[in-house]
Design a protein around this ligand. Structure first.
Ligand code: GLC
Length: 702
């Protein structure tokens, strides 16, 4: 019923006095007339719309709509939840034609609630695996596939990439991050951002900055000398901003040299914008109200998930002169500039049917190309192997990715048993039956804190007698070792960084019994972060790091084990001989169970500073001594050095005058090579060849 027809109906009515009729008619006319006067948001009239906004409307605009959408329910008088399971939304200002926009996690794929319409999203490999591919073109392709799902499921911004530097191997979120080196981090992140944004949706490079531990992350004060901060912890973000201009940056939970990053004008305005030329918006990581006016003043444009009280805080602060309204205008304008870029603003009719089938193929190919072959004593690719003894509980329940906001609601995960069968390799049915029975009981999962997703399994012991029998009845053995990691908790040394007794016994027994009958053993590390390898790595004949390998993980591992894919991954971080060798281990919160308090402090926005070393404050005493900058590249002092990785073929490299390199495949199998350039021992450039057939060459330019 149009406004006009309603008015006509009124004038037909008998029981309403003429005066009231005129008043009511005017009441109908006002919005129509008013709308006729107030500007409606377009891409080219942001300043005009900003000028037309009331103080309250501007305060609303910079505060998200709350936790509701994450749990699929709209909050009272907030905007209706557009996409169930999305992490957050901005608020609309209907009077001025400003729609709300939708943000959802995460770095390994879009995370929304599948619901009855089964809106599953592709589980891509985790960030660490992508970085180990050293292949920016591949990462950009993964980003484009991910971005297409963001677009077609009606989301405007995906809260990715996660790109904090791996300061310490035990940070619980390292799986979501890329490397111990800022150049590799920045280049991979820029590729991911370009890929995602090529689909017309936005990204949020996170967590800015120096969010290097999960323990007490909402209260921890990272104390870092400025030259180290810039060269290591900011450099990756700087490269990503300068090369890819992410639509948004997410300011981190932690403090940095005193102030919260979310209130730090030096970080968010002087460095990020004035020095680096960042043109987008800064949103907070998901925390409860802190000092909202200070956040606005620092250039933190959007509070997420957002609470109504923050709107009132802002209005009050402007009114009492605590907050200059011009600073609020700067933030509100950036929200409007973000909104007008979004598919939702442009009325994109999303299909809810992204091309999951082709994305699964991208996920599988990417997974195989980011896996790293650490050992191979004539065991791989599997030759003349018809049936394997497939051991390790992870073989039957692959860890596709990490837990927490980085989890993805995937349509399926291919385990290694099915991956091998798909590749035409049978597995020992007896062993398989034992493991499948074992993983049917959740009581066999590890205890521990998991924010979103599932804890890993405790390893199952296998009696020696059974291993002897397996050695007789199978052509080879494959053992998968798994590690789960996730947001909100850091890892520990015992039974996490180090393998536990059951795992070591399994590897030892299987190697002894299979070698006794001249058969080979391969260990697959399906892990979220670095583990101890030196004490056992000479026992098996091959070791393949599969990382969190996405929903097609089992197929991708089988592709590498069978030689369908020649592994070309190289480590993006150092595998030390022992955790204690890591310089930052002297200033890292091992085993300090502040996690639960941390979760509460996330909810409350800040934890109480009790002056606890490595919990309330962490001094980055190691300075530049992170990873290969300390251990070097020759491997002498580590188990496996940064940049390490084997291939099924060999390559020669010829340096040319102009600095380019001719790479030739001198082996018998097609393969890809990564060439890295170092200046004064620091990574300065890298490039990866296409697939080179035996004898084929490619000239790489830097
Ligand atoms: C989480 C994470 C962040 C995520 C956000 C929304 O706590 O720290 O990475 O994007 O909140 O889920």
């Amino acid at each position: 019923m149009t406004d006009h027809s309603r008015m006509c109906a009124f004038f037909q009515l008998e029981d309403v006095s003429m005066l009231r009729k005129i008043v009511l008619a005017l009441a109908f006319m006002m919005p129509v007339m008013a709308n006729a006067q107030v500007p409606q948001l377009r891409e080219d009239n942001v300043d005009e719309v900003l000028k037309a906004m009331t103080l309250h409307e501007k305060a609303r605009l910079v505060v998200g709509t709350g936790w509701g959408s994450m749990f699929g329910v709209g909050l009272l008088n907030a905007d209706p939840v557009e996409v169930r399971g999305a992490a957050g939304m901005t608020r609309s200002v209907k009077r001025l034609g400003v729609p709300s926009v939708v943000m959802a996690d995460g770095p390994a794929g879009l995370r929304i609630m599948p619901g009855r319409s089964k809106r599953y999203c592709t589980g891509f490999p985790v960030g660490t695996l992508l970085a180990c591919s050293w292949d920016t073109a591949l990462v950009q392709e993964v980003g484009a596939a991910m971005g297409q799902e963001v677009l077609e499921y009606g989301v405007d911004i995906i809260l990715a990439p996660g790109m904090n530097l791996m300061r310490n191997p035990l940070c619980g979120r390292n799986f979501e991050y890329y490397s111990e080196d800022p150049l590799l981090t920045g280049k991979i992140a820029a590729a991911m951002i370009r890929g995602i944004q090529s689909q017309g949706v936005g990204t949020s490079a996170k967590h800015f900055a120096a969010n290097s531990q999960e323990t007490n992350r909402t209260g921890n004060n990272a104390i870092v000398e400025e030259d180290v901060l810039r060269a290591l912890y900011l450099k990756g973000f700087e490269i990503a901003v300068r090369e890819a201009q992410p639509w948004t940056i997410m300011s981190s939970y932690n403090k940095l040299n005193g102030p919260y990053t979310q209130e730090d004008k030096w970080l968010l305005t002087d460095v990020l914008r004035d020095e680096w030329g960042f043109e987008g918006l800064v949103m907070t990581d998901w925390t409860s109200p802190r000092n909202t006016p200070a956040q606005i003043a620092a250039g933190n444009d959007l509070m997420e998930p957002g609470f109504k009280k923050q709107i009132n805080q802002i209005v009050k602060a402007v009114k009492n002169g605590e907050l200059d309204e011009a600073l609020l205008d700067v933030c509100a304008k950036r929200v409007l500039e973000l909104v007008v870029k979004t598919p939702r603003f442009h009325g994109y009719q999303y299909s809810n049917q992204p091309d999951l089938k082709s994305h699964a193929e991208v996920s599988r190919r990417a997974a195989a190309d980011g896996m790293v072959l650490l050992e191979n004593r004539s065991a791989l690719p599997l030759q003349g192997v018809k049936k394997v003894a497939l051991l390790g509980v992870g073989s039957y329940d692959i860890i596709a990715g990490g837990t927490g906001s980085g989890n993805v609601n995937k349509p399926y995960v291919v385990n290694l048993m099915d991956g091998l069968k798909n590749a035409g390799i049978a597995v020992d049915e007896g062993a398989a039956a034992d493991y499948l029975k074992y993983i049917s009981h959740n009581s066999n999962r590890k205890k521990g804190y998991v924010m979103v997703g599932k804890a890993a399994w405790k390893e199952k012991a296998v009696p020696v007698a059974q291993i002897k029998s397996l050695a007789m009845n199978n052509d080879a053995a494959v053992i998968t070792i798994i590690r789960q990691a996730g947001e909100g908790e850091d890892r520990s040394v015992n039974d996490d960084f180090c393998l536990d007794e059951t795992e070591l016994a399994l590897i030892g027994d299987v190697c002894r019994e299979f070698h006794a009958v001249g058969k080979k053993v391969t260990v697959v590390l399906n892990i979220g972060g670095v583990v101890e390898t030196a004490s056992w790595k000479l026992l098996p004949d091959a070791i393949l790091v599969a990382w969190g390998c996405g929903q097609e993980g089992g197929n991708a591992i089988a592709d590498v084990l069978t030689g369908a894919v020649n592994p070309s991954g190289r480590l993006s971080m150092t595998f030390p001989l022992a955790y204690e060798d890591v310089p930052s281990s002297a200033n890292f919160p091992i085993g300090k169970k502040e996690v639960i308090k941390d979760v509460m402090s996330t909810a409350t926005g800040a934890s109480k500073d009790k002056g606890r070393k490595d919990v309330d404050y962490t001094v980055y005493e190691e300075g530049m001594n992170v990873g290969y900058r300390y251990f070097g590249l020759d491997g002498a002092k580590v188990s496996y050095p940064f940049g390490y990785g084997l291939s099924y073929t060999t390559f020669s490299k010829e340096e040319l005058e102009d600095g380019s390199v001719i790479v030739t495949n001198t082996g018998a199998r097609s393969g890809r090579e990564v060439v890295m350039r170092f200046e004064n021992g620091i990574l300065s450039a890298f490039a990866k060849t296409r697939l080179l057939a035996p004898g084929e060459s490619e000239t790489l330019k830097f």
